[in-house]
Design a protein around this ligand. Structure first.
Ligand SMILES: Nc1ncnc2c1ncn2[C@@H]1O[C@H](COP(=O)(O)OP(=O)(O)OP(=O)(O)O)[C@@H](O)[C@H]1O
Length: 338
């Protein structure tokens, strides 16, 4: 990774005796959308604060855009736009006035402010609402305005801490789409901290799974699932019209195929775990045997399963904040527990 724009080397932070971030090594490339994922208390915000030079590491270094965040925080702040989970604005002013004020504070020349603010408002999809007072803005609109606030400084990197907290599902989708678009069109590097697996999965090129101050794994979702599910990468569910006559016999026949690892048949449904994508071959097989196929579903492993597998493998045994990670597991693995 020659083009790393964020480089964390052995980054560590103690709050008293609590190790909030534990020897973190991470590189994020220019133009990437990277998801920092983890439960409450995992150390995401502390890591971000160290990257911004807002809190000093107990050990290790954070370099952003080539600058050491601890010794040269001013240079880092010039390059990085940070959006906290909740952004405040002057309620009595319109969005346009709020953003103009921020633009002037950031040294944008007076004759450019009007044009730049208008451009930003259009970019974040608030063109038609820019003359409304921000007191009348929904949370989703405020987050968009927060993004405009960050972008008007023309950063190379934007760091978003839980940006979709409290936004309705449609708003979340639109906001994530906007982030992705900005990254692709303008080459901005995005670091997105979240504990919402599905959202991160939709928008990030790579994710880091962060628990108890440690980075358990990082990579793109396909690579992570390949590492964890190499033997059973694909799960194919086939539903046929009539009940399968002798499920044990079917299981044995299918297991003779090279890629097939596990077969579970019940009623008129058969689930086949495979090391390769042999869905077409499986479908042909059932058709040739004279079955009417009612449905074929091929499951791709996503972040939820990746998390589950990491926890199943007891990789969290060193987690120091048992309470908060427990909450995380409960919220994401409730389905698996039943
Ligand atoms: N200023 C502080 N003083 C003492 N402990 C702190 C401080 N800030 C954070 N912590 C502790 O450090 C740990 C990591 O917190 P941090 O806020 O970085 O986690 P997080 O992953 O961002 O969580 P969340 O998703 O809830 O924001 C937690 O146990 C937290 O209680």
């Amino acid at each position: 990774m020659e083009n790393a724009i964020i480089e964390l080397e052995g980054l560590t932070k103690f709050y008293g005796s609590l190790k909030a971030v534990d020897n973190l090594h991470l590189r994020i490339n220019a133009g990437e959308v990277f998801g920092l994922l983890g439960p409450n208390g995992a150390g995401k915000t502390t890591t971000i604060l160290m990257m911004l030079g807002l809190t000093e590491p107990s050990g290790g270094t954070a370099r952003v855009c080539g600058f050491n965040a601890t010794s040269d925080p001013i240079s880092v702040k010039r390059k990085v736009g940070y959006m906290p989970d909740s952004v405040g604005f002057y309620d009595g002013m319109t969005a346009f006035e709020n953003l103009s004020y921020i633009a002037r504070l950031n040294g944008i020349p007076a004759h450019e402010v009007h044009h730049r603010v208008q451009e930003m408002m259009e970019l974040v999809g608030l063109g038609t609402a820019m003359h409304k007072k921000t007191s009348a803005y929904s949370r989703g609109m405020k987050q968009r305005l927060g993004l405009a606030d960050v972008l008007i400084r023309q950063p190379e990197v934007i760091i978003l801490d839980e940006p979709t907290l409290g936004i309705d599902p449609t708003g979340v989708k639109e906001f994530l789409h906007l982030i992705r678009q900005l990254s692709r069109q303008q080459g901005i590097t995005v670091l997105l901290s979240s504990h919402h697996l599905h959202q991160v999965q939709q928008v990030c090129d790579r994710v880091g799974i962060f628990v108890g101050g440690k980075l358990l794994a990082e990579g793109d979702i396909h690579k992570l699932s390949q590492n964890l599910f190499a033997e059973e990468l694909y799960l194919v569910t086939i539903t046929v019209k009539d009940t399968l006559p002798d499920t044990t016999a079917w299981e044995a026949t299918l297991l003779q195929m090279d890629a097939v690892r596990k077969v579970t048949a019940s009623g008129n449904t058969i689930e086949i775990s495979c090391a390769e994508n042999i869905t077409p071959r499986l479908v042909r097989y059932f058709v040739e045997k004279g079955f009417d196929i009612m449905g074929v579903y091929q499951k791709e492993y996503g972040l939820e399963e990746i998390y589950q597998r990491y926890f199943d493998n007891n990789l969290t045994e060193n987690v120091s904040h048992g309470k908060s990670s427990g909450l995380f597991q409960r919220s994401f693995f409730r389905k698996a527990a039943h």
